[in-house]
Design a protein around this ligand. Structure first.
Ligand SMILES: [Fe+2]
Ligand SMILES: [Fe+2]
Length: 309
């Protein structure tokens, strides 16, 4: 890492001096309650979240392995603590989403096929990449989950057109924590590498995965689940509306977030340049309040890993 980069980075990095917790939840998903039009009553847009739920577990496992490998090279005790908490949060995300994916599998979803494809792509591809590239991918993946989390936190109502409370709680909890830990992978990358061209490569791999591969997989879901959809005019109207809900410039998850997405390419970018602290404070209250929080029925316990020398 050259000196200029270190100084540049230091000048732009807001101080993060908070240890973050790891929360355990138990959703006890009920297959009979699973809503196939969970996201704004749109079938294909909902399928995007379902495909994402399956593939993101592999991305999270990559984040966990990569964070574990690089934690040993960090000297700042607080950053080490935050990496340990990141690993804990992602491990529980992966576990909870796998439980949810098992429920989806009961609804004629192509979960075994997607798990097969996901495991092969990671086993023979991504997981074999050199560690510096995996570190860059980890930062890239976490950038996209931060973009998704910010959009979802700012569009809370999008989660409330369904009566599927467990699916809603799963995504809202996940988005809260993605926003809570959005700067950790980036800080590790800048501390241990800070190589800009390599950061761009990790970004491009994450971009293609999230905006091409996952949407392609999502298009298979409604057709496999219900082949007659291909001949249904109302389904093709849904396709048009769903595409706008994910990619539309006006209110699409990614389409309306393009400036945030590509801001990552700025040389002096930092995740906290996009200040979500007030949203985070609001959602902590909304979700975690012991009496009124949306997560109260599913909350088991939380712990905060200690500082490590
Ligand atoms: Fe996650
Ligand atoms: Fe994450």
């Amino acid at each position: 890492m050259n000196t200029a980069t270190v100084l540049d980075f230091a000048a732009h990095t807001p101080v993060q001096n908070k240890a973050i917790p790891v929360r355990h939840l138990a959703f006890n998903f009920d297959a009979s309650q699973a809503d196939d039009k969970f996201y704004l009553r749109a079938e294909l847009a909902t399928a995007y979240f379902e495909a994402l739920s399956i593939f993101l577990t592999y991305g999270e496992d990559l984040v966990i392995d990569t964070a574990r490998h690089h934690r040993q090279f960090l000297t700042d005790p607080l950053l080490k603590q935050r990496v340990t908490a990141l690993i804990g949060q992602e491990a529980i995300h992966s576990k909870m989403h796998n439980e949810w994916n098992d429920v989806l599998a009961q609804h004629r979803f192509p979960v075994p096929l997607f798990r097969f494809l996901g495991s092969k792509v990671f086993e023979y591809g991504f997981n074999r990449f050199p560690q510096p590239l995996k570190l860059s991918m980890m930062a890239g993946i976490e950038h996209f989950t931060a973009v998704l989390a910010e959009f979802m936190m700012k569009h809370e109502d999008n989660f409330f057109e369904t009566s599927d409370a467990q699916q809603r709680a799963l995504w809202m909890w996940h988005m809260l924590e993605e926003s809570e830990h959005k700067d950790i992978a980036y800080d590790v990358y800048q501390t241990l590498s800070a190589n800009y061209p390599l950061r761009v490569v990790g970004f491009v791999i994450a971009l293609i995965t999230i905006t091409v591969l996952v949407p392609f997989a999502a298009t298979l879901i409604p057709v496999i689940r219900k082949p007659s959809n291909v001949l249904s005019l109302s389904y093709w109207k849904d396709v048009k509306r769903s595409a706008a809900l994910i990619f539309g410039r006006e209110d699409g998850v990614y389409g309306s977030s393009l400036s945030h997405i590509f801001d990552y390419l700025r040389r002096d970018f930092h995740p906290n340049d996009h200040d979500t602290s007030e949203w985070l404070a609001y959602y902590k209250q909304r979700l975690l309040d012991p009496k009124t929080g949306l997560l109260a029925p599913y909350f088991v316990r939380e712990f905060t890993p200690g500082l490590q020398a």
